[in-house]
Write a protein that binds this ligand. Structure first.
Ligand SMILES: Cc1cc2nc3c(=O)[nH]c(=O)nc-3n(C[C@H](O)[C@H](O)[C@H](O)COP(=O)(O)O)c2cc1C
Length: 388
């Protein structure tokens, strides 16, 4: 129902995003999208690039007088740094010889990408493999978030660990505090330790990763489906998070922790229905808001692990693409820790998946039609005794 594509190289003229499937009549503005773009740019441990860019998504089509038209929405995001790269990234051939990158970085797309596409310059791969692309995802995700907001669905994220420093697990997270935290952590007791882990890695010319939790509240029961593998909401969430550059693991709810427990300690007991406006409450939410490939009506809780960045100021030994001889891996201005921005990207990806599943279930061509479908369904989800 909702699909999107991005285009653009890290140091090219800019990024482009095309988003299709949004209903007509949804209020949206460049300023609203800009809030999400700014959130992605913050975070302790980022490199110099974010000081150059002040990302804004410019809406080119699909919106008129502040509301979506139901037609494809296209947006562009300027790369301010491009002015420094016009020759290196020129679309047209240039007279001067551009220095090739041949020192492969382990852990990046450099080696498989150059082999697969038959290049002799690693830049042809790294420019698109760069996480600069995620700015376009966040722009698309902001519109998905706007749609979900109309139905009382809100998304947040927080850093659970950075560089081996873990936050305590709290059920009641103060999201305003997370937004103010330089490491997007809800636990102030470990914030300074997380920042120190980043500083120590930076000093050593090294990098650190971590774990992020994304939470979506206000979801109706029944998004996704049990009937076919590719319709399962947990699988779709996992794929979307795993596609974030440097993501190496995804779990839903108690995930890995649940495997050592007994079934009686893992499943979420269903409460007797006392309030018809909020039926099917659970004593716990260990399943992270999904059962059988569908949302359970409880908050969706997904975690994902971000590995330490592979571009190291103190580079790993590697080999040269031309000669195969031992060299030090290429170094290009780089982040030390990308966990805080990855949280915002994770929210965007989850928002896009949830908006897609939402439109699958309730999608009308306009927001009013979608709202009517939603209300109609919500009136049917109580105990069957009360069903009209
Ligand atoms: C927000 C964000 C920023 C990133 N910044 C960098 C960076 O500055 N340098 C780098 O080498 N990798 C960076 N990465 C990670 C690489 O893009 C990623 O490791 C690479 O594309 C290879 O993909 P893989 O790790 O998923 O296999 C970043 C990732 C994210 C999510």
């Amino acid at each position: 129902m909702i699909r999107f594509l991005t285009a653009g190289e890290s140091h090219g003229e800019g990024l482009v995003v095309l988003l299709e499937g949004m209903p007509a009549g949804l209020e949206i503005s460049e300023n609203y999208i800009g809030i999400e773009m700014t959130r992605r740019q913050k975070g302790y441990g980022r490199g110099g690039r974010m000081e150059i860019e002040q990302d804004m998504a410019h809406i080119v089509s699909g919106v008129r007088h502040g509301r979506t038209l139901g037609s494809p929405i296209s947006m562009t995001i300027e790369n301010k740094d491009w002015v420094n790269w016009t020759d290196i990234m020129s679309v047209e051939p240039v007279a001067e010889t551009i220095e090739r990158i041949t020192r492969l970085r382990p852990g990046h797309a450099d080696l498989p990408g150059t082999m697969k596409y038959g290049y002799s310059d690693v830049r042809n791969v790294l420019e698109r493999a760069s996480a600069r692309e995620t700015a376009a995802r966040v722009a698309a995700g902001a519109i998905a978030r706007r749609l979900l907001e109309e139905f009382g669905i809100n998304l947040h994220s927080h850093s659970l660990s950075i560089g081996g420093v873990w936050a305590s697990n709290s059920a009641n997270i103060d999201w305003d505090k997370v937004e103010k935290s330089p490491v997007r952590c809800a636990d102030s007791a470990v914030e300074a330790d997380m920042m120190k882990a980043i500083d120590d890695a930076k000093e050593a010319g090294d990098t650190v990763g971590g774990v992020i939790e994304v939470v979506a509240e206000g979801l109706p029961i029944g998004l996704g489906s049990h009937v076919q593998w590719d319709r399962k909401i947990d699988g779709r969430i996992a794929q979307s998070l795993m596609s974030i550059p440097a993501c190496k693991a995804v779990s839903i709810g108690d995930g890995w922790e649940s495997v050592n427990l007994r079934g009686s300690e893992v499943h979420d007991v269903i409460e007797p229905v006392e309030d018809l406006s909020h039926p099917w409450q659970r004593q716990t939410n260990r399943s992270g808001g999904t059962e059988g490939g569908m949302t359970s009506g409880m908050p969706l809780v997904a975690r994902f692990a971000i590995k330490p960045i592979s571009t190291l100021r103190n580079p790993l030994p590697s080999v040269d693409l031309d000669t195969g001889a031992l060299v030090q891996a290429h170094y290009e201005r780089s982040d030390v820790c990308q966990v805080p921005p990855a949280g915002v990207i994770g929210e965007a990806m989850v928002a896009l998946v949830l908006a897609d599943a939402f439109m699958e279930k309730f999608g009308g061509d306009s927001i009013e039609e979608t709202r009517a479908n939603y209300r109609n369904y919500m009136g049917t989800v109580g105990p069957r005794k009360f069903k009209k």
